[in-house]
Design a binder for this molecule. Structure first.
Ligand SMILES: Cc1cc2nc3c(=O)[nH]c(=O)nc-3n(C[C@H](O)[C@H](O)[C@H](O)COP(=O)(O)O)c2cc1C
Length: 217
């Protein structure tokens, strides 16, 4: 079916251009159905060989609190730069299973790639590529639902947090997505992170036509 260009492109462009990370949330709960819909839209993201090795440990309420008190005990919590992030009612911790990719690529239709022989055969770890695609889809879905979201690194100490969440060793850490309603009274709700002043690169900055050209050329 031909996409309806007159509305689709404008709507997608507006959604993508308005999305910025949120680091200040209201503590208001987010409906479980909305969280599920966001994750469900995430699962529409492309995945190498449809291996789909992603797993999410969802933390709300006391579980979410346990993560923060493990990572930011005592005074460290008061000194944390993004106090409004601590209020995010939902934390989706993302992990990938490289073994799912190795197994998938050992199947008959992919055997010729040699990637089924082991994780070390993969020059590009597609499990992380897939995770990024899924995370981006979820960020856009959150934006479309009127929610704020932040993708951030799994807080330190990573091993302790993984243990707390019961994550098995064969899964690799991707990061965390905080979800919730933006606290509009706080500038940190609209992309005011430490990197926010860095200029965005344009298409012309990014594209090398025909072959690599150094930016100075
Ligand atoms: C892989 C990845 C890791 C990130 N880790 C963090 C993080 O640990 N803490 C944080 O505040 N922001 C983190 N960010 C958010 C970036 O700082 C942010 O996306 C970037 O500054 C661009 O801003 P925007 O997304 O609001 O447009 C991360 C983003 C990505 C894609």
């Amino acid at each position: 079916m031909e996409p309806d260009k007159s509305t689709g492109v404008d709507a997608l462009s507006a959604l993508m251009r308005s999305r910025v990370m949120c680091r200040a949330f209201l503590s208001d709960e987010v409906d479980d159905d909305i969280v599920c819909e966001i994750v469900d839209l995430g699962t529409r993201a492309p995945s190498a060989g449809r291996s789909q090795g992603l797993h999410i440990v969802e933390l709300t309420g006391a579980d979410r609190e346990k993560l923060w008190s493990t990572s930011l005990p005592g005074e460290r919590r008061d000194a944390f730069a993004f106090q409004g992030l601590l209020r995010a009612p939902v934390l989706l911790t993302l992990f990938v299973d490289p073994g799912a990719y190795v197994e998938r690529y050992a199947e008959q239709d992919k055997a010729h790639t040699g990637l089924g022989a082991g994780k070390e055969m993969w020059r590009t770890p597609f499990w992380f590529v897939d995770a990024g695609m899924l995370a981006m889809s979820m960020l856009l879905a959150a934006q479309a639902h009127g929610l704020g979201a932040l993708f951030f690194a799994l807080p330190h100490p990573e091993d302790e947090i993984r243990f707390l969440l019961g994550v098995p060793d064969h899964l690799e850490t991707v990061g965390v997505m905080a979800l919730g309603y933006r606290d509009l009274s706080d500038p940190q709700a609209h992309g005011a992170g430490r990197s926010a002043t860095r200029p965005r690169r344009t298409a012309e900055d990014v594209i090398h036509r025909g072959q690599w050209t150094s930016p100075e050329a």
